[in-house]
Each structure stands twice: as C-alpha cells, then as structure tokens.
Design a protein around this ligand. Structure first.
Ligand code: NAI
Ligand code: LEA
Length: 480
C-alpha cells in the first residue's frame, strides 16, 4: 500500500492536520493508497517554505547552466523509474498501462527540454541613443502554485514545474485527491537529483479548502491551474484578491472536421483515438466530429464497427479503454448518455467487463451520437467521457462556423487531402492549436498549448510557457 506524505521545505510529513485520505483504483474500487491530507495549518507552512527557498535558497543564486544539469537529472531519473511510476499512475488514474508509460516519457521530455532552455533566457538591449544603455532581464516571478487535475497527474506536474524551475521559481504542488500518489514519486526524484530543499513542495488536500486558501495566500505569486471551468473561475477570483497572474488550462469540446476527400482508412483511428484516449478524460479530446454530409454514413458505420470491438478492462491489463476516474464520474457520464438518447440516436460500443473483482470498477462504454445539430447540449457541454457527437456539414464555410460555435476553443483536427481546406481551417478556426491529418502527436513538448475563450489563457509547453514564470525588469543607465 502506498502512502503519500506531504513534503514541505525538504521535510517529509506522514501526517497532516486534515487527517488521512484514501486513493482508490478506478478499475476495481479497491483502496490502493493513502495520503496525508493537509489543512490550513500546512498551507501557511508550505507557502513559507517555498518563499524561504525563493528568497534565500541556493536555486536563485545558482548559475542557469547548473540549474539545467539538475533539471536534466530529474528527467533521467524519471526514465530510470518509468516502470514503477507508470504502474502506479495506471492504477491510480485508471489509464491503460501504455498511456501511463507515455505519460512518464513525456514528463521526462519536459525536463530534458527545459534543461536546455535554462541558460538561454536572454533579455534584450534597447537603443536609446548615446550616453544611455538600456536592457531587460527576465526575473523569476517567485512562488508558483500548481493546481493539478486527476487525468494526467504526473505529466501535468512536469509540464508546469519544469518551466517554473527553469525560470528560477519555487513551487507548491496541489494534486487532485483522486490521484494523490505519483506526486510523491516526483518529489523523491527531485530530492535525489539535487534540487534544493523547499524549491518544490507537495501538499495533498481538499481543493475547496487548501486549494482555495493557497490561491488566496499573499505568499503565492503566480498560479497554474488545469481543470474544470467552474473551479478555474473560483481560482481566478482567489487570484484577483491579491492580483496575481494565472495560467488557466480549462475544458474543451474540440471539433475534428472530416472532409469527404480525406483518406478514411488513416482518419478513422485518429478520430477514434481523439475521443477514446483515457476514456475521453482529456481536456483536448476531439468530441465533436463535423463530417462532410456525403461521407457521413460511411464514417459513422466505420466508427461504429470500431467502437463495437473496443476491449474495456482493468488499466494494468492495458486494454483499449480503461475506466473513468470514479463512480460519481461514471454516473455523470451515463447521465450524458441519457441526454444524448433524448437529443439524437445513441450507438454504443464495447462490452463492460463483468469478471469477478471488476464489478466495482467505474467502467462506461464508448458511444456515438448521430442525428443532432450543434445546438444540442450533448454537442456543447464537456462530458469528459468517451462519447462522440457527429454533426454533418455541406461546405467548408459551414464547417468553420459550426466548429467556432462553441464556448470553448482549445484544439481542432482537420482531415482532408486538400491543401486549400487545410489552410482555410488553420486560418479561421478560433482555437489554440489546429492539427491537420493528425490529432495529438506523441511526445511533443516543444509547441505551445492552450486555449481561446472558456478553454482558458496562457500557454503551456514550448518556449512560450517560460514567460508565465518570469517578469521583465528594465534597467536604464545614463553615463558620461
Ligand atoms: N481541463 C482538464 O484537463 C480537466 C477538466 N476536468 C473537468 O472537471 C470536471 C470535474 O473534475 P474535478 O476533479 O472536480 O475538477 P476540478 O476542476 O474541480 O479540480 C481540479 C483541481 O482543482 C482543485 N480545486 C477544487 N476546488 C478548488 C478551489 N476552490 N480552489 C482551488 N483549487 C481547487 C482540485 O482539488 C484539483 O486539484 C471533470 O468532469 C471534467 O469535466 C477535470 C480534470 C481535468
Ligand atoms: C495529455 C495532456 C492532457 C492535457 C489535459 O487534459 O489537460
């Protein structure tokens, strides 16, 4: 049985003021671990520890290339421990084992990538004429609070913490209570790689209690949040109470646009992967399929054949699709199936695993909804489950209009053989990222990621992410 303690200022605390929480395996419902649940007492302690590390610790004074070496070592240690971390993450979050391996590999890539960026944070020199020298420096913003959701806990810690450390920040991590275990593996790796005490701290606990108190704390200088829109809005209110900047990565209802000229054989697994990965519990899941009318019946029949064969099972057995995160979320997803049935036609796939031992698992079946328009609730609301709304269109202009008619604007996929269609979509879609003949490529940490509209603001990944953790200082010197 795993136990995740708090880590504050380098000290490991097995117990905390809000008691002990339990973490369950979504595949079976079994308790697989416990965690020390921080309360308000530890909120003050953890912010003080991060502040102390930032204001007085060695990281701030270390040369950037030396920071880079420690960041690189963190990535190496992740790869050395990938079996243990992937198995723990697969069990705790319910994602198929191969996806958990991908998550660890991707986390290591974040540290490799930002290790190389650490010593390249140049400022600019601004010409103001003779007798004046003016330049900018990129200063670390201070203490970064990272509020993490349950869908990709290990990877989303890496995604935010790597650029924060690269910029010179100290960090407080607040994981989601459904997936509290892998964050402690991350802390152990940081300590072993030589990261100074207090530079990264960990507090598990209730979002509405410690998440809110941390976001309001005057000792926090910046927040990176990934999660739902309503919680993100609460975090923004808390941040506004002391006027600090936030990176918000919220929900989506991302379109995949299929033109009749696309190579259907190639498009099919991409479209399916877009809404089935991690049982649809991905912020950028492609859950609206906009299909050119003449290809509608063909693709629906191919997709239905595909989802009929989906093997659903225990995450550690590496099925096509594992469970959703918990019984409460399963009930919510099933509520959306009922809604879909009342709004259109529901085509189900997969078979629920009924073996002994799996009855307590939070399994749902993948589904397609047809016979709806983009005004249906099922086409507008984020389900965070494996359900694809299929909507026909007649022209490229209509496809863009439907795609953009959404509260969200995270990503979009376009499947076409026409360069004109591809470029038209890339230009006019109101989303943070457009994929052409692909959707969510492998281990890429190099490009920016983030949304328009209710999908949030700020960018994760790539060189753009560093800016969230820096502020610009200008120095102007007159001489002679
Ligand atoms: N964009 C994304 O990647 C994600 C979206 N979601 C969406 O959110 C829905 C609900 O999932 P939840 O786990 O309840 O997500 P949530 O958005 O409530 O939780 C995300 C994180 O925020 C923390 N939190 C909760 N209340 C807080 C507060 N008042 N102040 C500060 N932090 C707080 C949570 O403890 C967790 O660490 C899902 O069904 C899905 O639709 C959930 C997870 C990830
Ligand atoms: C795989 C990256 C997941 C991103 C997210 O759901 O927030």
């Amino acid at each position: 049985m795993h136990h995740a303690p708090l880590v504050i200022g380098g000290k490991t605390l097995a117990e905390a003021s809000d008691g002990i929480g339990e973490s369950r395996d979504p595949s079976t419902g079994e308790v697989i671990g416990t965690f020390a649940r921080a309360g308000l007492t530890e909120v003050d302690q953890v912010v003080a520890a991060a502040r102390h590390a930032f204001d007085n610790g060695p990281w701030t004074r270390m040369r950037p290339f030396e920071r880079g070496r420690i960041l690189r070592r963190i990535g190496e240690l992740m790869l050395e421990r990938r079996d243990d971390i992937a198995r723990l993450e697969s069990r705790d979050s319910g994602k198929p084992l191969r996806d958990a391996y991908w998550e660890v590999d991707c986390s290591a890539r974040f540290f490799e990538y930002y290790a190389g960026v650490a010593d390249k944070q140049h400022g600019t020199s601004i010409p103001l004429g003779r007798g004046i020298v003016d330049w900018t420096v990129k200063d670390a913003i201070g203490v970064s609070l990272q509020i993490i959701p349950w869908n990709y806990p290990f990877q989303l810690i890496a995604r935010g913490v790597a650029p924060a450390l690269t910029a010179g920040c100290a960090v407080v991590i607040k994981p989601a209570s459904d997936t509290p275990l892998s964050a402690y593996e991350f802390l152990k790796i940081c300590q072993e790689a030589g990261l100074p005490d207090g530079q990264v701290n960990l507090v598990n606990g209730r979002g509405s209690l410690i998440g809110d108190a941390l976001a309001r704390h005057r000792g926090v200088d910046q927040i990176t949040f990934t999660g739902s829109v309503p919680t993100g809005q609460r975090v923004l209110e808390a941040a506004a109470s002391h006027a600090i900047p936030c990176n918000m990565e919220l929900g989506g209802k991302s379109p995949q646009i299929l033109f009749a000229d696309a190579d259907m054989e190639k498009a099919l697994p991409i479209i399916a992967g877009g809404f089935l990965t991690h049982a649809g519990q991905v912020c950028n899941a492609g859950t609206r399929l906009l299909v050119e009318r003449k290809a509608h019946d063909d693709i629906v029949s191919r997709l239905h054949d595909h989802i009929r064969k989906i093997n659903i099972g225990r995450a550690l057995d590496d099925p096509d699709m594992g469970p959703v995160i918990n019984a409460g979320h399963k009930a919510e997803v099933e509520g959306f199936y009922e809604l879909a049935e009342s709004e259109g036609q529901l085509l189900m796939g997969g078979n629920l695993p009924l073996e002994a031992g799996l009855a307590g698992g939070a399994f749902v079946r993948p589904a397609l909804v047809t016979g709806i328009s983009n005004t249906a609730r099922i086409a507008r609301e984020e389900v965070f489950g494996p359900i694809l709304s299929v909507i026909p269109f007649d022209t490229a202009e209509e496809a863009v209009a439907i795609a953009n008619d959404s509260d969200f604007g995270l990503v979009a996929g376009v499947h076409t053989a026409s360069i004109d269609h591809a470029m038209h979509m890339a230009q006019d879609l109101r989303v943070g990222q457009v994929w052409v003949n692909s959707f969510g490529i492998g281990l890429d940490v190099e490009f920016p990621f983030g949304g328009y509209k209710l999908s949030g603001f700020g960018r994760e990944k790539g060189l753009e992410a560093i800016g969230a953790y820096q502020q610009i200082k200008n120095v102007c010197v007159r001489f002679g």
